[in-house]
Design a protein around this ligand. Structure first.
Ligand SMILES: Cc1ncc(COP(=O)(O)O)c(C=O)c1O
Length: 423
């Protein structure tokens, strides 16, 4: 079913699916079928689907992921088709392409196309919710304390404007376990609580939150839920029919390895009446909530179709296989870091408490300089965490990484921490 949809998506432009002439990258060999037990050979073939040079190690999926060749080819082919003939007649098929991506998104998240809004990114999705729900003085929103500004500062600013209040649930380190959070939310809920807004997996230290349990708790009390899935969408085999949030947000350009500036907002059917559009213009989607919430004016339809190609690429490899691979590499990162004297790992190693985002303090080294050296001298890309809250570096591996890359990154950290040199 996915492959058929993908074939249809690729056929929309009418041209051969993979352009080589005139593109700036060689077409990689076809990806072999995923073996029952994927080995390094298979993962190396997956790595070859990306145009990053072999000596560049990207350990920064939590920030931005590369797009695979099938995605680049879709972007190129459909953009070229559109710009060769930008008439409305020729562009009509791009509307079908957008609806096809909606179907692929619904299938990916195990919900219906009527519940999908294609946005620009998680920030926009989160803000469509915090602006679109009718809240007033006396109402309360409960947040986990470790949230991205688009899901934290945004609620605080709107609380000032509309008169409702916002309360934080503390997020201790190390991760105290699911029961702690279920208990903390149970105690914090009052008759005034109207919304609970959490991050599924944090970008700071990779804390995993009990999204399903918190959504159930809220649902039983008539409270709306927003789950920020920026760090789980495209990493986990997310099943929203099981999690049952009212709203779930995500970005194409992170773990799904899609084009930049595409995102998703899932709006559960039961919450359609609770949200009003924040942008009113033309070119809405064709079904369900997209008819009112997705009238954002002219869109970059080729990019939205590239988003569909990214989802199909992951489906082809296997969603569970991708999650397992990212988790396996993460376990290797944590194990390796723990062996380096002087390194303090902030991320909890248990599978039920974290995934794919590892933050650590590399001794007393200056992390900005270290980060720069890792990039310039070692060609390793990661992120820094400044300030005093669990400061250091962040490694976030994904399915395009190999064990050899993880080993190389660990060896570099060990060398810099041991010698303090080059810093
Ligand atoms: C948890 C979380 N939410 C939201 C965002 C915002 O994502 P975007 O910049 O794609 O809107 C991020 C970005 O890192 C994030 O980590």
């Amino acid at each position: 079913m996915n492959r058929r949809d993908f074939a249809r998506l690729l056929a929309l432009g009418g041209a051969a699916p993979f352009l080589t002439p005139g593109t700036a990258w060689p077409r990689p060999s076809d990806l072999p079928p995923t073996p029952a037990m994927p080995d390094e050979r298979f993962w190396s073939a997956v790595r070859d689907q990306f145009v990053m040079p072999k000596d560049l190690t990207m350990l920064n999926a939590a920030n931005l992921c590369p797009s695979s060749s099938p995605v680049l080819e879709t972007l190129y082919r459909v953009t070229k088709d559109m710009d060769q003939d930008p008439s409305q007649d020729n562009r009509a098929k791009l509307g079908d392409g957008r609806e096809n991506t909606r179907k692929l998104l619904a299938e990916f998240l195990r919900v219906t196309p009527e519940e999908i809004v294609i946005t620009r990114n998680t920030s926009e999705s989160n803000n469509l919710v915090s602006t679109g729900i009718d809240l007033k003085a006396g109402d309360e929103v409960l947040l986990t304390a470790d949230n991205h500004p688009s899901n934290h500062t945004a609620w605080q600013e709107k609380a000032k404007r509309f008169g409702f209040t916002v309360k934080d649930i503390p997020v201790p380190n190390p991760h105290p376990g699911f029961d702690y959070y279920v208990d903390a939310f149970t105690k914090a809920i009052t008759p005034r609580t109207k919304v609970i807004s959490i991050t599924h997996l944090t970008s700071t230290v990779g804390d995993l939150f009990p999204a399903k349990e918190i959504c159930r708790l809220a649902r039983e009390r008539g409270i709306l839920t927003l789950v920020d899935g920026a760090q789980s969408f495209g990493l986990f085999d997310v099943d929203l029919s099981d999690m049952q949030p009212d709203f779930y947000s995500g970005s194409a350009h992170k773990w799904p390895c899609g084009p930049k500036e595409n995102g998703v907002l899932f709006v559960n059917r039961r919450a359609h009446a609770a949200i009003s559009p924040s942008v009113i213009s033309l070119y809405a989607g064709s079904v369900g909530i997209s008819r009112t919430l997705e009238a954002f004016g002219q869109r970059d339809e080729p990019s939205i179709m590239g988003f569909g190609a990214a989802l199909a690429f992951q489906q082809k490899i296997g969603r569970r296989v991708i999650e397992d691979r990212a988790r396996e590499l993460t376990a290797a990162v944590i194990e390796g870091l723990k062996k380096i004297d002087g390194v303090k790992v902030w991320t909890h190693p248990a599978r039920e408490r974290s995934a794919a985002v590892v933050s650590f303090q590399p001794g007393s080294l200056d992390v900005r300089t270290l980060n720069q050296n890792l990039y310039e001298k070692d060609h390793i890309v990661c992120a820094t965490r400044g300030g005093t809250d669990r400061p250091g570096l962040r490694f976030s591996p994904h399915f395009y990484n190999t064990h050899a890359e993880v080993d190389r990154a660990l060896a570099s950290i060990a060398r810099y921490v041991r010698t303090g040199s080059g810093v």
